[in-house]
Design a protein around this ligand. Structure first.
Ligand code: TYD
Length: 209
């Protein structure tokens, strides 16, 4: 493993059923083949405390939207402090399946708590750590819903207009900061989507010295 490579923090975002988990794995293999140490993680639930929070926030008792937002923010604060920052500090590439933009889209827009307020909460929680690159895996709500399987969690149970709102928020965030985002059409086969993901990652990847 290289230790002198520049740290790289990549977030994969998108609706439920966009294929983030598959893409995170494929991206990890691609980066490892290029000699990088890679940490693939996710929110909520990238840490032990996070797994407890994940269970409660997705499958526990009914939550007020503000409580929900705070639980995601608490998961994120602990995740960044104990896992993401230490990995970046040793030069790893961190690939996270969801990050701040999920809170902006689901709690800020979907739950109508306000995009700016929710963004500020997460920026406070993470002490301002932003991804080098955020890849939005974009798929329409109907296609995404058709891909989902198993018992739906609290967010997946929301109606299609909620998921359309989530989708349009991801796209708006990406178009406001094109330098830090890539939008990939995730309705295509996984290998094709992977090709587009690595094209965007290659642009921010420092050549291994
Ligand atoms: P995810 O792990 O992508 O779900 P799955 O493993 O079932 O594909 O995300 C869990 C859910 O949490 C998803 O519906 C989106 C939601 N979520 C938020 O509402 N806000 C957040 O900040 C995050 C990180 C996730």
């Amino acid at each position: 493993m290289t230790t002198d490579a520049a740290p790289l923090f990549i977030a994969l975002e998108g609706g439920d059923g966009a294929g983030k988990t598959t893409q995170a794995r494929m991206l990890r293999d691609w980066l490892v083949a290029r000699g990088r140490e890679v940490v693939v993680t996710r929110e909520p639930g990238g840490t032990e405390l996070g797994r407890t929070l994940r269970r409660e926030v997705l499958h526990g008792e009914d939550l007020d939207p503000r409580t929900e937002a705070l639980l995601y923010a608490a998961d994120r604060a602990h995740h960044v402090a104990t896992l993401v920052r230490p990995a970046l500090a040793r030069g790893a590439v961190v690939v996270t399946d969801r990050y701040i933009d999920s809170s902006i889209a689901y709690q800020g827009a979907g739950r109508r708590l306000g995009r700016d307020e929710v963004r500020d909460l997460s920026r406070w929680a993470t002490d301002g750590l932003l991804p080098t690159l955020t890849v939005v895996l974009d798929v329409d709500a109907a296609t995404a819903a058709a891909r989902r399987s198993g018992a739906p969690d609290r967010l997946e149970r929301e109606p299609s207009h909620f998921h359309e709102e989530v989708r349009s928020t991801f796209l708006a965030l990406a178009s406001a900061e094109p330098g830090r985002y890539a939008v990939v059409d995730a309705s295509r086969p996984p290998e094709v989507v992977h090709g587009a993901v690595v094209e965007s990652v290659a642009r921010v990847l420092e050549p291994v010295r």
